[in-house]
Design a binder for this molecule. Structure first.
Ligand code: GLV
Ligand code: MN
Ligand code: MN
Length: 420
């Protein structure tokens, strides 16, 4: 790992920082990156983050839920939330990815935060208010199924017992995996004292659509996060032999699941602004010459209005029951996570717009830790242009010059907030 020496002339710059981790967690099968919480790649990124923070004389701590916090001088783990301590300014994002994801979703926000610290140092910005860079675990929920698990635990939005029992694809529980990585899983859960010590959280993220491309601008200020959730549908039938079972005798859950996938699109089309996706479907046991006994499929549904999302999911469930019954199968539906539409703090957003005049204000259909924290602390987001407009894909991209513009914008915002 060595700095590439690019950027705005201060430190390695965002592109230089990302170049240091460009080989970590590459997925030779899917393309792009697969970096799952507490796997080798994500642990390597955590080490890299810690090393980078220490290089900047930041004090690193792991919170009770496994998030890494790097405190710049003037602040420290003891100070946020201490009586009389000035409230902290926090920035950062996540290091984990979806399966076969891009290089920027998450790491761009962390690298931009580190580059912003370099810019503040170069500008001689010191402050009474503590500044921290945070890296949240399991933002994508790619390993344990619950998106933004770290920030949901921090804010109390997920029950610790439920979190401890979540299982990955190999059947290992979060408690086992996080415990093996050194987390004291008996003590995960809400941390109101830490939250009380935060005056503002600003997450910079790669834009996951074409808003900035269409506006021909490098950086935007976030306005809202679309309400979204995940549901698991389990279709059960009868496992059997592919050669000896007559077509008329089958109760094939994969046939029912295929019909459910089509029904999801049909139901979503009834609602303006709805987005509904089945991106993962798992036949059990999954053999070429085996009629599956069961299929798990996951529904991701999003809409600005909670009531519409609830109606959409209910209709998918009802349709899935009909389709399963027609194949002699059964289906159950369980919610795995949900968060309503979030509008970021208006006063903080206006203040940031004052610092970044001309930056457009954009909503996002993607989920973020910022969306979870917004319920507990004043929260804002910045987006950096993605010329491909594509995300959750190896084709996600950020030009180096835009990455640096994002870091400069973030440094300007942090300097302003620290000035209080
Ligand atoms: C995370 O990026 C999500 O929107 O699911
Ligand atoms: Mn993502
Ligand atoms: Mn993200």
């Amino acid at each position: 790992m060595s700095g590439a020496g690019v950027g705005p002339g201060v430190g390695p710059g965002v592109a230089g920082l990302l170049a240091e981790v460009a080989d970590v967690g590459r997925d030779a099968t899917r393309g792009g990156y697969s970096r799952y919480v507490y796997d080798d790649a994500e642990l390597t990124l955590r080490e890299w983050f810690t090393e980078q923070a220490e290089r900047r004389s930041m004090e690193v701590e792991t919170d009770r839920n496994g998030a890494l916090w790097a405190w710049r001088h003037g602040g420290g783990p003891g100070s946020p939330g201490s009586p009389g301590a000035p409230s902290a300014v926090v920035t950062g994002s996540h290091l984990d990815s979806v399966p076969g994801g891009g290089a920027y979703d998450g790491p761009l926000g962390v690298a931009s935060a580190l580059a912003a610290v370099d810019l503040l140092d170069a500008r001689g910005v010191r402050s009474e208010r503590p500044l921290a860079v945070v890296a949240f675990p399991e933002e994508e929920g790619a390993r344990f199924g619950v998106a933004c698990l770290g920030s949901r635990l921090l804010t109390g939005a997920v029950d610790p017992d439920r979190a401890r029992g979540l299982r990955d694809a190999d059947g290992r529980t979060f408690a086992e995996v996080a415990g093996a990585a050194g987390l004291d899983v008996a003590h995960i859960g809400a941390d109101p004292r830490r939250l009380a010590g935060i005056g503002a959280f600003v997450e910079l993220h790669v834009e996951q659509g074409r808003g900035l491309v269409d506006l021909d601008r490098p950086v935007a200020v976030g306005s809202s996060v679309l309400g979204h959730g995940r549901w698991r549908l389990v279709v059960e039938g009868e496992g059997n032999h592919a050669g000896t079972t007559l077509m008329a005798d089958r109760r094939d859950p994969l046939v029912a699941a295929a019909a459910v996938v089509l029904a999801v699109r049909e139901v979503a089309a009834r609602y303006d602004d709805a987005r509904a996706t089945v991106g993962r479907l798992q036949p059990v046991p999954g053999g070429t010459n085996v009629i599956a006994s069961r299929v798990d499929l996951w529904l991701d549904a999003r809409h600005p209005d909670d009531a519409v999302t609830a109606a959409l999911v209910e209709q998918v469930h009802a349709r899935a029951q009909e389709l399963a019954a027609a194949e002699g199968c059964t289906v159950t539906l369980v919610e795995e996570s949900y968060g309503g539409t979030v509008h970021f703090d208006g006063a903080l957003r206006d203040r940031i717009r004052g610092v970044l005049p001309g930056a457009p204000v954009l909503a996002t259909g993607a989920g973020h830790d910022a969306g979870v924290l917004a319920g507990a602390v004043p929260t804002a987001m910045l987006f950096t242009r993605n010329p491909s407009g594509v995300s959750h894909s190896p084709h996600e991209h950020v030009e180096d010059v835009d990455a640096e513009a994002g870091a400069v914008a973030l440094a300007d915002v942090l300097a302003d907030l620290l000035g209080d």
